[in-house]
Design a protein around this ligand. Structure first.
Ligand SMILES: Cc1cc2nc3c(=O)[nH]c(=O)nc-3n(C[C@H](O)[C@H](O)[C@H](O)COP(=O)(O)OP(=O)(O)OC[C@H]3O[C@@H](n4cnc5c(N)ncnc54)[C@H](O)[C@@H]3O)c2cc1C
Length: 252
C-alpha cells in the first residue's frame, strides 16, 4: 500500500527523497500500486522529463519513464523489439508501465528484457547516495544489471541500432507470454548474441560469439535445466534450438 506520495520536480530532489527508508521510485506504478500489507513511500518520476526517445548516432536512447507503448510506437524501434514489447504486457499495461519499472520487475519470462539483453543494452543509473549535480551516474550492461540488481535510480536505457535483430517465440496462445523465446542480435562484424527467455528468474545469455556458428547447440545447452510447471527442460531445449535457427534465418 502506498502511504506517502512525492512528486519531485528535479532529479536532485528525487535522489534526496530516495535516501529515506522504505522509499521507492514510482514509474508507471502498475506493480507498485498493487494492494499489499506493506506500507511504502513512493517518489513519482513523471515530472522529471525522463520520458524522451532519441536516436543518436548508432544508438537509441530511451528515457527511464518512457512507456512500453510509446517505445513500441517509436519510428526508431526495431521490429524485433516491437514484437517483444507486444508480448510483455497487454495494451492497457503497456500504456502505463515504464521501461525502467519493467526492467526492475522483470523475471525470466520478460520478453522485453530478453530482447534488451540480446541487444547488449546499457542501463544508466544514479546511486541514491549521490547527487545528480555531481554527475556521478554509471552505465552498466543489461547483463550486469540483471546479475547484480544494483539499487539506484535508472535514468536511461540505450540500445544499438547498427545491427540486425530477431525475436522468435512459442507460447500457448498468440497473446500469452512465451514458454520459450529467443532473441538474437548480429552486428556487421559478425558478432552474434543470443538470449533465451520464458523461464526462471532472469533471461539467459546463451551465446555471445564472433560469429553465429554453433548457435543451435548453444541454445540447447543453455536450457538443459529449464524445467518448471509450464514445460520440461527437454521441451525447452528442443524449442530453444529451433527458435535459434529461426532467428538466424530471420536475419538473412
Ligand atoms: C493488471 C496487471 C497486469 C499485469 N500484467 C503483466 C504482464 O502480463 N507481464 C508482466 O511482466 N507484468 C505484468 N504486470 C506487472 C507490471 O505491469 C510490470 O512489471 C510493469 O512493467 C512495471 O512497470 P511500472 O513502470 O509500472 O513499474 P512500477 O510499478 O512503477 O515499479 C516497479 C518496480 O520498479 C522500480 N522502479 C520504477 N522505475 C524505476 C527507475 N527509474 N529506477 C529504479 N527503479 C525503478 C519501482 O521502485 C518498483 O520496485 C501487470 C500488472 C498489472 C497491474
Amino acid at each position: 500500500m502506498i502511504s506517502t506520495y512525492h512528486r519531485p520536480r528535479t532529479l536532485d530532489e528525487a535522489l534526496t527523497l530516495l535516501t529515506q527508508p522504505n522509499t521507492f521510485p514510482l514509474g508507471g506504478g502498475t506493480l507498485l500500486s498493487r494492494a499489499t500489507t506493506d506500507s511504502v513511500a513512493v517518489v513519482d518520476l513523471q515530472a522529471l522529463g525522463l520520458d524522451s526517445i532519441a536516436a543518436k548516432g548508432n544508438d537509441l536512447e530511451i528515457g527511464a519513464t518512457c512507456t512500453l507503448q510509446v517505445l513500441l510506437e517509436s519510428e526508431h524501434c526495431p521490429a524485433a523489439l516491437k514484437t517483444a514489447l507486444k508480448l510483455e504486457a497487454p495494451l492497457n499495461i503497456r500504456n502505463t508501465a515504464t521501461v525502467a519499472g519493467t526492467i526492475v520487475a522483470a523475471d525470466g519470462r520478460s520478453t522485453f528484457v530478453t530482447m534488451l539483453l540480446a541487444m547488449d543494452g546499457k542501463i544508466t543509473a544514479i546511486s541514491e547516495q549521490l547527487s545528480v549535480s555531481s554527475g556521478q551516474s554509471s552505465v552498466i550492461s543489461a547483463g550486469e544489471y540483471l546479475l547484480t540488481r544494483p539499487k539506484g535510480l535508472i535514468t536511461q536505457i540505450t540500445v544499438p541500432l547498427n545491427a540486425k535483430f530477431a525475436f522468435e517465440y512459442v507460447s500457448k496462445t498468440p497473446a500469452d507470454k512465451p514458454i520459450v523465446c529467443a532473441a538474437l542480435t548480429q552486428w556487421n562484424s559478425g558478432r552474434a548474441r543470443l538470449t533465451l527467455g520464458g523461464y526462471g528468474k532472469t533471461p539467459m545469455l546463451a551465446m555471445d560469439g564472433t560469429e553465429a556458428e554453433g548457435i543451435q547447440e548453444a541454445a540447447r545447452n543453455a536450457y538443459h535445466e529449464a524445467g518448471d510447471e509450464w514445460a520440461s527442460a527437454e521441451y525447452r531445449m528442443e524449442m530453444a534450438s529451433v527458435l535459434a535457427r529461426r532467428a538466424l534465418e530471420a536475419l538473412k
